[in-house]
Write a new protein. Structure first.
Ligand SMILES: Cc1cc2nc3c(=O)[nH]c(=O)nc-3n(C[C@H](O)[C@H](O)[C@H](O)COP(=O)(O)OP(=O)(O)OC[C@H]3O[C@@H](n4cnc5c(N)ncnc54)[C@H](O)[C@@H]3O)c2cc1C
Length: 186
């Protein structure tokens, strides 16, 4: 893992230029807003760019680094998965990042308490690891996942089967060739 450069090392780096996170985590816009408003306030407070840079780093480096670690942890586990290592995506001990993505986040659409905690994670209102430390909520998400599987609303793995993916791709290609919703302009 790389160290974050101090933001005043060259230019003052902030937002995606400082800590880029994968867009699918939905961390980037929150960080961009927090960094932008914080920097403006610090520049007003200090009136000196070096002091403001140091205060900016002190305020945000730990959270930025934790978010980057969290995002790259999923990259690491996907690489394990793609290398044919067996990973149980329904077991947080096997892969917390994949459990969050495939079990907890989908459960958030069905449960207000989980939805709230996921939103707080995304919007940087909680430390990024708060959700993964909430074992009661994780267990609740797992129960919701099993309920969705039992009622046929989710496939057992939480992921579409290979045949379903090919069928979806074929359907999208067919739709591209002969759009059902389009009207003739003639
Ligand atoms: C497909 C996709 C989906 C995403 N979905 C989400 C999401 O749902 N939720 C979420 O939180 N985040 C999401 N993100 C991430 C989020 O958009 C970024 O993290 C965020 O916009 C970063 O803000 P920023 O200000 O650092 O950079 P940017 O928004 O990239 O702004 C940088 C600006 O600088 C300008 N610029 C660059 N070079 C120069 C130059 N030399 N001179 C002048 N101007 C320059 C660029 O044109 C740009 O306008 C997504 C990203 C992508 C790509």
């Amino acid at each position: 893992m790389r160290d974050l450069p101090p933001p005043h090392a060259r230019n003052l780096e902030q937002r995606d230029a400082w800590i880029h996170t994968n867009g699918t985590f939905a961390f980037g816009a929150s960080l961009a807003l927090i960094h932008g408003f914080s920097l403006a306030a610090l520049l007003d407070d200090y009136g000196d760019t070096v002091a403001a840079s140091e205060a900016f780093e002190a305020a945000h480096a730990a959270d930025a680094q934790q978010r980057w670690i969290s995002v790259t942890a999923e990259d690491r586990d996907r690489a394990r998965w793609w290398s044919a290592e067996t990973i149980d995506t329904l077991d947080p001990a096997s892969s917390m990042p994949l459990f969050l993505r495939f079990v907890v986040y989908p459960a958030a659409t069905r449960d207000p308490a989980i939805c709230r905690q996921v939103a707080r994670r995304i919007d940087a209102l909680d430390p990024v690891d708060a959700l993964e430390g909430d074992t009661i909520l994780l267990e609740r998400a797992r129960r919701i996942h099993h309920m969705l599987v039992a009622s046929g609303q989710l496939p057992p793995s939480g992921l579409p089967e290979r045949a379903e993916l090919f069928a979806a791709i074929a359907a999208a290609e067919a739709e591209d060739r002969h759009p059902t919703g389009s009207r003739s302009t003639r």
